[in-house]
Write a protein that binds this ligand. Structure first.
Ligand code: HEM
Length: 417
């Protein structure tokens, strides 16, 4: 718990081990003393970090900031080594998060026709069933690693189901996704192989669904048309890939970070448990939003590049400069949120930026909410005395650039049959 203005002094070390464990003091310093801050990222790229809520919200909606990496003047020697999506010609990389209007508008409209809130609502019983089945897997043991046994498999099976990946193939996806999450910023070989396998599989699946459509999202994507325009097979494959990719690690960390925060905030956790026992949903709904604001999975929004010179928070940004909007810092800005470092599950004035803002606002937010709420309610109801099995200082955070999440979350509880 911080909630105090940060002392002046030298700029804090960013991207260190301490920073990965608790970045919030460094973000408080940046918001106060250098709210639009130029820094060298671990990859060697120079980028701007935007940390105040008002600047962040404005930057997310600013059309002069492009998502297309072609706008970045990457030095030739750094090509492909910077973490900026360099494989821009690879068809799987031409997806919503890397493109601008008008292509973005067209593709987003098409996918929105298939990925509707109604489809997500109809999916609720399946998410409940998955949650129950995963908890059944460890409920009698009295201990578990909630990342590997619960938070990790839940969203991958959920998205596979939604897309229409047959059950017998879903464990392959689990392996490929596991490789991508484990080595996200590390060795590229295994990740590249997993992406390749996924691409091959998706291409074939799309082909099959074209011949034999079903009631799934991929069939919906193939059917969706916009003034006579259809998605090409490459566009459909890129769309399926981004749904998997954007909807997977985020949800793992929403569940992991959320459970971790609740276990360390016993009064709030007790209130939530009481309200669930009374059959109420209200606190769960506001609570998930608050957990997202307080320690959300997406620390920084994905890359943006200035297409022309512009000013953010009084700082002059040159054309071609990368801009990273630090959602985790904006969502703790005391200029926007009362007592921003304090978890308050009842918080109502909570327009956090955890799902982004503007035209790239998270497409999967309804699904993420459904999964987050079902997962937390399932755990707290079936394992009422859930507690951390290790000292909090022993927990290790992944320390990636964009995502914030735990490597493992060992817990204990009274086993039940
Ligand atoms: C975009 C967060 C779950 C699909 C985004 C963005 C954020 C975000 C911050 C905007 C990034 C930017 O502007 O650079 C989250 C969080 C999630 C979550 C915190 C879970 C707690 C999901 C799920 C799906 C999904 C479950 C789909 C199955 C997408 C897609 C985009 C997106 C497709 C790109 C939209 C566009 O560019 O138009 N998400 N997301 N997300 N998200 Fe999510």
């Amino acid at each position: 718990m911080h909630d105090q203005p940060p002392a002046a002094g030298p700029a804090p070390a960013l991207f260190s081990w301490e920073f990965a464990t608790d970045p919030y003091p460094a973000y408080a310093w940046l918001r106060e003393h250098s709210p639009v801050h130029r820094t060298r990222l671990p990859s060697g790229v120079e980028a701007w970090l935007v940390t105040r809520y008002a600047d962040a919200r404005q930057a997310l909606a600013d059309q002069r900031l492009s998502k297309n990496p072609a706008h970045h003047d990457e030095p030739a020697h750094a090509k492909g080594k910077t973490g900026i999506p360099g494989e821009r010609k690879a068809e799987l990389m031409t997806h919503l998060l890397n493109i601008d209007p008008p292509d973005h508008t067209r593709l987003r409209r098409l996918v929105s026709k298939a990925f509707t809130p109604r489809r997500v609502a109809e999916f609720a019983p399946r998410v409940q069933e998955l949650t129950d089945r995963l908890i059944d897997g460890f409920v009698t043991k009295g201990s578990a690693d909630l990342i590997h046994e619960f938070a990790f498999p839940l969203p991958i099976y959920a998205i596979c189901d939604l897309l229409g990946v047959p059950r017998e193939d879903q464990d392959d996806f689990r392996d490929w996704a596991g490789m991508m999450i484990r080595h996200g910023g590390g060795p590229r070989g295994g990740v590249a192989r997993s992406v390749k396998k996924m691409r091959g599989y998706l291409a074939e699946l799309i082909h099959r669904k074209r011949e034999h459509p079903g009631d799934d999202l991929i069939s919906g994507l193939i059917r969706a048309s916009d003034h006579g325009e259809h998605l090409t097979e490459n566009e459909a494959a890129a769309m399926a890939f981004i749904l998997l990719f954007a909807g997977f690690e985020t949800t793992v960390n929403l569940i992991g970070n959320g459970v971790h925060t609740l276990l360390r905030t016993p009064d709030q956790r007790a209130r939530l448990q009481e309200s669930l026992a009374a059959g109420e949903r209200g606190l769960l709904e506001t609570g998930i939003e608050e957990l997202l604001r307080h320690d959300g999975p997406v620390e920084l929004a994905t890359w943006r590049f200035a297409t022309e010179p512009l000013t953010i928070g009084g700082e002059r940004i040159a054309a071609g400069d990368p801009v990273l909007v630090v959602l985790a810092a904006a969502d703790r800005d005391p200029a926007r949120f009362d007592g921003p470092d304090t978890l308050d599950l009842t918080r109502r004035d909570n327009q956090h930026l955890g799902y982004g803002h503007g035209i790239h606002y998270c497409l999967g937010a309804p699904l993420a909410r459904l999964e987050g709420q079902t997962a937390l309610a399932g755990l707290l109801t079936r394992l009422p005395d859930l507690r951390l099995a290790v000292d909090p200082d022993e927990l290790r955070w992944r320390g990636g650039l964009i995502m914030r999440g735990l490597r493992t979350l060992p817990v204990e509880f009274t086993p039940n049959e």
